[in-house]
Structures are given as structure tokens and as C-alpha cells.
Write a protein that binds this ligand. Sequence first.
Ligand SMILES: [Zn+2]
Length: 223
Amino acid sequence: MDASLKMNGLADGQVLETRPARHVIRPSRAEAEMAVRTLIRWAGDNPDREGLIDTPARVSRAYEQWFAGYDEDPAEFLQRTFEEAAGYDEMVVLRNIRFVSHCEHHMAPINGRAHVGYLPRNRVVGISKIARVVDAFSKRLQIQEKMTAEIANTLEAELQPHGVAVVVEGAHGCMTSRGVHQSQVTMVTSRMLGLFRDEPRTRHQFLSAIGLAQASECGNLFP
Ligand SMILES: [Zn+2]
């Protein structure tokens, strides 16, 4: 296997695709609003009553914000890097990047935060760009495991650092508001690449920085 393929965490022959699916033909706004009317009726209410009359238009506009990530390519945010970092080669960590995503199984909201670390190799990226990568991937229909991997793989492929670490914590609306009604449960997913995967000390330093080192010491989390 090619070493560079191994490093970016992709399987043999797998290609990193950060752009949204092509060949999706979007319906018209009128069609989208009709679909919302159908769901209102499915819920058991009358879409023509006064309080609901503008709801299909509002929901369609809200979708444009919640799913804005389909119009963005996160890899593009990382194209501008700075090589003059005075030889800085220590860990860079962004904690508590808030996001709102939607699970692809129920289209219910996922409220969460992402923690991202990387070990620069000669070049660094503006920190707001890392938050934008998280934002763009979150504003698509997602499962948290996939989103975690997408963030890490994109940083790995575009920055080619010595390592990337991503931990995502999410509260899933489909679990907190329906089904088993577990209101306090959050899900934690992680992806460690390069030195974060190979060096326990580096991984521990990252987990300490984001306040999860204890979790890793007293359980099988992040072994
Ligand atoms: Zn769900």
C-alpha cells in the first residue's frame, strides 16, 4: 500500500471526496413547500390555518441555512496556508467548535462540539478555517462517525501535517426527543491520524488539552 494513502486514513484505493454528491437535481421552492405542507398534514394539522400558513416557506428557508454545507467544498478553506510560522511545530488545538448538524436517519438535529488538533509540518492554517471545515461538514445530513472521519481526513489530505486528532461530542435529537428518550446522553467519536494514532503521549497531550484525558485513563475510550 502507498504510504501516503495509509497516512490519510483511507482504505486502499479509496478517494477522499469532500464535495457534496453531484447529479442531485433540486426541486423548485414551490415543490419543497408542498412537501412541508404534506408533512404538516401527516402530523395531523391543517396547513391552511392561520398559524401555519407561512410555515412551509419558513421551513424551506431554514433548510437553506441548516444544509448550506452542500454548496461548500471544505477542502477549499484550507488552500491558504502560512509557511512563516517561525518554525512552530507544536500541537495546535481548537476546542469547543460548536455545530448543529442533522442525522441522516431521522433528519433530527445533532447539537454538539468538535475538538480538533494537528501537528503542523512547515505550514499552518488560519484557525477560523478549521471551524469552517467543521461547519461545512455539519451542515449536511450526517452520521457523527462519518463527519468525524471527514473532518480528520480533509485536514490530513490538505495540510499533510504530522498528525490530526478529531473528537466530536454530539447530543442526538432522534435519541433525546423520541425513541428511548435519553435526554442526557451524548455520543463521543474520535479519529486519530499520524502521530496522534502512533504516539500515546501525543494523543494524551491532546486529550488533556480538551479535558478528556481522564476519560481515556479510566476506560477504553481512546485506547
Ligand atoms: Zn437519527
